[in-house]
Design a protein around this ligand. Structure first.
Ligand SMILES: Cc1cc2nc3c(=O)[nH]c(=O)nc-3n(C[C@H](O)[C@H](O)[C@H](O)COP(=O)(O)OP(=O)(O)OC[C@H]3O[C@@H](n4cnc5c(N)ncnc54)[C@H](O)[C@@H]3O)c2cc1C
Length: 260
């Protein structure tokens, strides 16, 4: 097997691991604002990979008419019982609408009412025809300058020397090729970690879950193994049905409680 494996080396200014929503948009942003060369390494195909593979029908992080970014920060802080980085939330919230407008320019259909205003769905959401969100983003990436894409390459480890990340390694899932990618900067955008906890039905269909099972938390593992500071991991959002077993007191105990 070892004799068959080809090792290919790539040198680039920026390596982006994971060509999902964040990875593709980061590549696009770098291409527009610098002369840096960018490689995206994606284990599926950027055209339909990650959370947006099948599309979405709303933008759930948006500053709707009459609201301000701080409103979003307050909502998210309350929703997460205060366990948030408000600075990061505000930075993101200040750019939500700008990024959405950019996606609209790239071809995403955002529904409008009779006055030409976005059709809202709740306080922080707008309705879209988003089944082609990912292909639209992937097309923009493909047409942008200085971005190269490695589809079907699963990255496994960051390359570290003297406490500094200088690239990553991975393997093609289609060819017998190992990739050694050296980069000036590495962005990890591999999404969340599906399968981290047991599903409510651990026997049949273990991977019956809302989140894409292919986002396995590889980026978290790579960061932890490389000694990177991991931030905002104190609160996890679990999008699954959870069955809670209530522990009731034994009958004799219950009776004694009731009799009090
Ligand atoms: C079913 C569903 C419905 C949703 N609906 C909405 C909605 O209506 N509105 C809304 O605003 N948001 C919605 N979301 C949330 C939104 O889609 C996500 O928050 C967003 O797309 C996440 O982007 P990301 O780049 O972090 O992750 P992803 O887009 O998932 O990208 C991660 C990428 O990394 C790749 N990858 C993982 N590991 C490796 C590895 N080791 N090597 C190489 N590549 C790797 C994956 O293949 C994937 O392409 C929904 C999410 C889901 C799952």
């Amino acid at each position: 097997m070892r004799d068959k494996l080809q090792v290919k080396r790539i040198d680039t200014d920026v390596l982006i691991i994971g060509g999902g929503t964040a990875g593709c948009y980061a590549a696009l942003t770098i291409s527009r604002n610098s002369n840096l060369s960018v490689w995206i390494a994606e284990k599926a195909n950027i055209r339909r990979s990650g959370c947006l593979a099948a599309g979405v029908n709303a933008i759930n992080a948006y500053i709707t008419k009459g609201r301000v970014p701080q409103d979003y920060v307050d909502y998210a802080t309350k929703d997460a019982a205060g366990i948030v980085r408000r600075d990061l939330l505000l930075t993101a919230a200040e750019r939500f609408n700008e990024v959405t407008a950019d996606m609209e320019r790239l071809g995403l259909v955002i529904l409008k009412d009779e006055n030409g205003d976005d059709v809202t769905r709740g306080n922080r959401n707008i309705k879209i025809n988003g089944e082609n969100f990912k292909p639209i983003l992937a097309r923009a990436v493909t047409e942008a300058e200085r971005i190269s894409v490695l589809n079907h390459v699963n990255i496994t480890d960051l390359l570290v020397v003297d406490n500094r990340v200088y690239g990553a390694v991975g393997f093609s899932i289609r060819e017998e090729t190992v990739y050694e990618i050296h980069a000036g900067a590495v962005l990890v955008a591999t999404g969340g970690a599906a399968g981290l906890y047991k599903p409510n039905n651990p026997g049949f269909s273990r991977h019956k879950m809302w989140y894409p099972p292919f986002n396995t938390g590889a980026g978290y593992a790579m960061g932890i193994q490389a000694g990177a500071e991991m931030t905002t991991f104190e609160m996890r959002s679990l999008h699954c049905a959870v069955r809670i077993r209530l522990h009731r007191p034994e009958p004799s105990r219950r009776e004694s409680v009731q009799s009090r």
